[in-house]
Design a protein around this ligand. Structure first.
Ligand SMILES: Cc1ncc(COP(=O)(O)O)c(C=O)c1O
Length: 463
């Protein structure tokens, strides 16, 4: 019995090479396979319903099961024809970085536990700070994704503006804002009536005249306007809220400005994105998701605060068993800046992939997302039976089939999944269901888009 849970050098290499082979095969041949599959719950749960094996199973057996029965029944969000939700066009270098971070099991919660990891994280966060144009005192940390980034930032905002007391506080955002904001607000103690969700304008942007009206109405009623959430790329349409105008209003009204850039903030690294995101540098806090448009594997999110010290005031607790951790003020302890104590070395994947490919490759890869959405828009416009609902913006285009009846998009979705050639998903705009393509995968080709749109048209005719 291997009670020490140890492997010999040969065993480690054998397992390691077989795992790397599976991953390499996935990256090399994924394009020729289906975009993935949704498993039948009864069959799939039965297939994986078992007691833990008491004795060792052969490697080939359990890896074979994963390869045959598990991974094909997930969606390949890095597939070049995966246009649904927000794709996750990860990269192999970052996957290896995750293996290293896990292999060395780096504790990235304190300077004592992982000094070099903290130093690398601080450096990568500083790259983000510079790309977004934030001033020097800005900083932040890596978290699991956009939802945690939004939560981490809003806790900081509550500390800064409300001294933790949420009673009568009100926060403002458009109806296009991601649900993770509502969830974060629930977690930090906001009631539905304190979340002022405002109907967006014709371009799906936050209408500032309405915000102004509501804020003054609420002040007059004795409520405490507290913050505005601005979107730097909404999930449905890629819309950017009027960031400069929101920032000016927040300054004038002493409100916190949080920018949810989980989807779109990475676009600041290319010229076009920087222009569209003008004013992002004025935010008090920002969510930024490298596991979306910065090509990192899940989980990789990030939160930035204009004043990093505020995160520390919000989160730092110094219990007696961490006295050795908190001895030296120049040592930065990531656990003081967020919710997690034990945390992985997420910055490594960003750092290592940028070392490997160079930053210019990332800039070009982001730029490509814009171009592909524009290409998709042009192709859709050539089809008589379809119309563009929102033009390509920030890598997203939405469109609809003229005269589509009840259930059309659900049927289309089922047909797409059934075939596995490509996947796009729907959203609802002004009460009407539309189809949406998000084109941020730099490995997508014009031919992929062309074929997908033609195929969608054929599916639609048949359904
Ligand atoms: C605009 C926006 N905010 C927040 C999130 C939540 O991010 P995550 O899924 O990484 O938690 C998403 C996810 O798509 C998003 O598009």
């Amino acid at each position: 019995m291997n009670q020490k849970l140890e492997l010999s050098a040969a065993e480690m290499r054998e397992l390691g090479y077989r795992v790397v082979d599976l991953i390499a095969d996935h990256f090399l041949n994924g394009r020729d396979r289906p975009v993935g599959k949704k498993g039948d719950p009864a069959l799939l749960r039965a297939a994986f319903h078992e007691a833990p094996p008491l004795a060792p199973s052969p490697i080939g057996e359990f890896l074979g099961r994963l390869d045959r029965d598990a991974f094909p029944q997930t969606l390949n969000i890095a597939h070049p024809r995966f246009f649904a939700f927000v794709p996750g066009p990860s990269n192999f270098v970052s996957v290896m970085a995750d293996a290293l971070a896990s292999g060395f099991n780096v504790f990235n919660g304190s300077w004592l536990g992982g000094s070099a990891a903290a130093a690398i994280e601080l450096n990568v966060i500083d790259w983000f700070r510079q790309w977004c144009g934030f001033p020097e005192p800005a900083g932040g940390l890596f978290v699991s994704g956009g939802s945690m980034a939004n939560l981490t930032a809003l806790v900081g905002a509550r500390h800064s503006k409300l001294d933790e007391h949420t009673d009568r506080a009100v926060i403002y955002y458009s109806d296009q804002t991601h649900s993770s904001i509502d969830r974060a607000l629930r977690v930090i103690g906001f009631l539905p009536e304190q979340m002022c969700r405002i109907v967006s304008d014709a371009q799906f942007r936050l209408p500032m005249d309405e915000v102004t009206r509501r804020v003054s109405e609420h002040r007059a009623a004795g409520l405490r306007p507290f913050a505005i959430i601005a979107n730097a790329g909404t999930t449905s349409t890629g819309t950017v809220d009027p960031l400069r105008e929101i920032a000016a209003f927040c300054r004038a009204e002493d409100l916190w400005m949080h920018v949810d850039g989980a989807y779109g903030a990475a676009a600041v690294i290319c010229d076009r994105g920087r222009r569209l995101l003008e004013g992002i540098d004025l935010a008090d806090s920002l969510s930024f998701d490298p596991h979306k448009w910065l090509f990192q594997p899940i989980e990789c999110g990030c939160v930035l605060l204009r004043d990093a010290a505020l995160l520390k005031q919000t989160y730092r607790i110094m219990p007696e068993y961490l006295a050795d951790v908190h001895r030296n003020a120049v040592e930065v302890n990531p656990c003081d800046y967020g919710i997690q104590l034990t945390r992985g070395f997420r910055a490594l994947k960003v750092w290592m992939s940028i070392q490997y490919f160079g930053f210019r490759a990332f800039q070009a890869a982001v730029e490509r997302g814009f171009e592909l959405a524009e290409f998709a828009e042009r192709r859709i416009r050539t089809l008589r039976e379809w119309e563009v609902v929102t033009p390509a913006q920030m890598g997203v285009v939405t469109f609809r089939r003229r005269g589509a009846g009840e259930g059309f998009y659900s049927k289309l979705h089922d047909a797409m999944l059934e075939s596995g050639f490509a996947l796009a998903t729907s959203t609802v705009l002004n009460g009407e269901t539309v189809l949406r393509m998000c084109t941020i995968n730099p490995r997508t080709t014009e031919a992929d888009i062309e074929q997908t749109i033609q195929w969608l048209d054929e599916l639609a005719r048949a359904s």
